[in-house]
Design a protein around this ligand. Sequence first.
Ligand code: ARG
Ligand code: ZN
Length: 414
Amino acid sequence: NMKVLLLFGLVAFALADITRFEGEKVLRLKPVLDEHVTLIKELAGSVEVDFWSPETAEVVTIDIDVDIRVPAAHVDMVYTMLQQSDMKVLIEDLQGAVDAQADNEASPRSHSYTKYNTWDKIHAWIASISSSNSQLISKQVIGNTYEGRPMTLLKLGKKSSSTKPAIFLDCGIHAREWISPAFCQWFVKEALSTYGSDSQMTSLLNQMDVFVLPVFNIDGYDYTHKSNRMWRKTRSRKSGSSCIGADPNRNFDAGWCTTGASSNPCSDTYCGSRPESEIEVRNVADFIRRNKSIIKAYLTIHSYSQLLLFPYSYTYELAADHSELLKVAEGASAALRSLYGTRYTSGPGAATIYPAAGGSDDWAYDLGVKYSYTFELRDTGRYGFLLPESQIKPTCEETMLAVKYIAAYVQKNL
Ligand code: ARG
Ligand code: ZN
């Protein structure tokens, strides 16, 4: 009987609590007049629009691309509202695009470097990879997440009796940017498999250690696999609000919550109740503070937009090391581009995209870690956060070249 089946279906959905995106679209707006900007900000204030790029309406200005996810019920209204401004549909059928990528959830296949692995698979991978290569890799837990998952940091490098200078690399600060954790896994694999044959990797791991945090925001990442693919923040609860989580990349103690961040707990760029209110942020900040004398570079991987950003984002002021940071970023972008022609834009965060305080890059830089970079990996919006798995390999390969370029520069200038 249809009614019973339907009821079962609904109950199953309610129990699984999976957010669906039926009828939703991702649109690219191209505001060229002040009125368009005003319109977009009005829109953001009236209906719940998910800003993919930039992350909030506040930072929208003339002549930038604005990618938004629009709920089904508002698609028509948004179309009419924005008729006079230039607009194109990036993703016609968001649920279809999500489904196309979620096929690996159901079947219990094993870990793969060319798939978007679940946290459970990454967790098991961390254990097995670190035990199978004990000459080059070790692990340590730097704390637990809000929901109690262990944040395991991998240390890559030839064992040494003296403390070595190091590079810190993290992935997955934002939950929905799945290509980012995929890169950290790729990096570890490449480091281990090319040590001894690739002269640059061999020299790097002989002289330095690389700390890799494969998934920073594990609770959020797990949530994107199980409940809501478009989740960005942590999963912390806060008394006095029913909204969950804060933006970890607005929660660092760097001009905290002064610009490009929200004090509204329901916002996707909520800065948290205080700097380092998010336990994941505190765990990472504590580790870097404890090791600041040896950490020479801080690299953090996000998506999307194809950018290589460096401080500052909390101010338009140029960093003291601006010209050197720019030179290295341009060299790294050129190396990246040499493989498949992928073009990156580099520059300080505030001027290149928009001001946004509380980011890990600015915080690490002000702590004294000079070579501090934020990568925004592929693509430029065709798929956005739903980058197909077929692009994991080329994206990781080209990104390796940029990361190795920066690492080699840091090594040369120790
Ligand atoms: N899309 C990234 C974000 O908004 C860019 C980070 C750049 N750095 C920064 N400190 N805002 O989190
Ligand atoms: Zn991000």
